[in-house]
Design a protein around this ligand. Sequence first.
Ligand code: BG6
Ligand code: MG
Length: 757
Amino acid sequence: MKVVLFDIESHFTPAVMEEAMDLVRETNEYDLTQPEEGFYHFISRQPDYHVEMAFKSDGTVSAKCQCTVFKRTRQCKHALAALLMLRDHILRSRRAKSKSKHENLLLDDVLKKMTVTELRNFISTHAQSHSAFRAEILANYLHLIKKPDYHHLLLDMTPMDKFGTIKLNRNNLKTVRNIIGTLLRQAQQLLKEKALSETFQILEATLHHLYRLSIKVPQFQEQLYTELRLALRIFDTLCHQSMAPRLQHSAFVLAMDISGREGYTFLKGTKPLLLSIEPFILEEKSRLAAFQLAEKKAILDSRQQLSWASIVMRWMRLWDIRSTGKPVKAVLNRLMPDILQELSRQGDHEDVIYSLHFVQTDTYPKTILKGMLQAGLRAARQTGDRALVSRLAYQLSLSYLDTDAWDILLETDHESAQRILKVVKEYYAPATDEVADQLLLRGWSATGDKDELLGRLNAIGDMNLLIRFDDQLKTSHRTQLEDVYATHIYATREAYGGVIARQKLSNIFGHLKSIDLSAGVAEKLKLMDKKNKGGTGPQAADIRGFVFDLDGVIVDTAVHHFQSWKIILKELGADITEEDDHHTRGASRMESLEYLLTRYGIKLTHEEKEMWAAKKNEVYLEAIEQITPRDLLPGALAFLIDTRKAGLKLALGSASKNARGVLKKLAIEDRFDAILDGNDAKESKPNPEIFTKACEALQLDPAEVVVFEDAAKGVQAALAAGCHAVGLGDPMALKEADIVISGLDQSTPTLIIEQLS
Ligand code: BG6
Ligand code: MG
């Protein structure tokens, strides 16, 4: 029998073909050999048959079987089956071999002239039972025809049951991915040739299909993402070309359509579709539509909320759109720290800076807020916005004592960096805050301010720190340095005695030798041994008077002071925090205002400061308007009475100019021998002035006086005046006090005197 090998089907009826196909399926063991050019030998074992075939150059092939049916009728199902298998074999080996360029060109030429129907017919004729092969040919050549239908091709090759459910398994997944891979290679090639519209057609179909598959068959998502990533990258490159408006519009529709789907996923390492098309979303209507989509997703797509929220933020800046909905605002507010980090990670510096405006400082914990400001500082440096760099670095250095930020500030704004050191020095007593100490030491060492450096090191009293910095000081401040070491060694010896002291000091001795200070220090120690005997601190047994602070000790007006500042600073555009309370407590009105203005970088003239200070007082007075003796703090009145009974003198030492008015409301003004208030002292606590004056008024030596204070600054002022200090409140914040109690109801005057002795 003789047939055209690539057109076998047209020679036989479907019934005969079917019979042969059945046999092909049954034949699972056979040998197909080519003993000589154009001649094939087919021997099957299971079931047993034997066909010889000769291939002519005109594409026809004649077959001869050994069976009786063939001998009788010159054709049989065996011969036909063998031919089908031969055709399969030839196609396979052809596919395996890469075709020569020349062959490809010829084929391209032929295919270019065909319509899609002709192409399909051609393919189904020549590759009937090989759908993967057929699809591959289509994938390779479909772009050559006028209206290529990629959707159809992709659907066609995706296995589905009769209900339209996609039936992918490991095997056919490979085929599907191959075809898509081929299409994407075509797209890349077309893009290179600047065939933008053709490229888009392929991408449109593949993107749709890939997203559909990855949603419908999630178990293969990871594999499909490989092609999806490639498709997205090509799409992004396409969008960077100068596309015709109509094509841009189609890309917009595609991106909106896919992004809007439930289950749409942002793929790591790729640009979101909507951002690829962003450059040509120019009309207000389209912008609004895209923005609303992002907003909707930011609320609903909980899995990818952050990415959507970042896009919303970006478009708010870029397109100057305001988000109105409360739920979106809530999402943005909640995610703001992460949004900032995300934008920062992506290098979207302008978006970071823009987003900073939306940060509501009192919503986030301190450490998070710090992270946000740091992201802002990075962005500001990248964009070269010096003013912003200096503002953020200032804020970070001052509020968070961030040494890195301070270094940056020193680079950009020397004067401000110096100011920070001044403020921090003023507000953090030595050794009360390790971070503040670190900042100051590093700062002064960078600015070369050696007096300050040594002063602080001495006051902190940590020899390990001194060892770290003394190299810079040993030439200019040799004697002082020797003094500091000698004093420390002397005190350690006094406290621990010989052996233990030697152990504790061994590293210091070693260090002193290495920097050649041993001899000087030893000399100083000798002198000290001669001179120093006994302590000079106030003797507790001599106590003859008590001085009480007012706000926070006798009456709980400290909260009203703080609340009033909060209201005032809000009007000035800043949200003050609990920590600021620590700094304003005990400080005079103007001192407190100065601190807050510096802290929040607000600049005012002298007159304005006076005005705001007065305003604060108005708010405060209104808050305490209703105060009565019932507002005395627990145990306060009893403590005052017992003090008098114990034969001690009493004074009030408050920084408040309102003190007398408050005492009047509390009906205790005549319980004191002397009343000193904010009008009596020029200097604010921690300056000792107010307590020194109180002692004078009581005609007592400061060593005979105990001061009761709720503010760290007050405790420092008392000690600086030479008085004893009892702290009321947080033992950590008041750790410098001789004794700390939680309130006056927790002790008695006699107990205090006993404890101090
Ligand atoms: C102190 C308060 O007692 O008085 C401070 O602790 C306050 O918080 C200061 O700033 C001054 O008060 P006034 O009433 O003079 O504003
Ligand atoms: Mg107080």
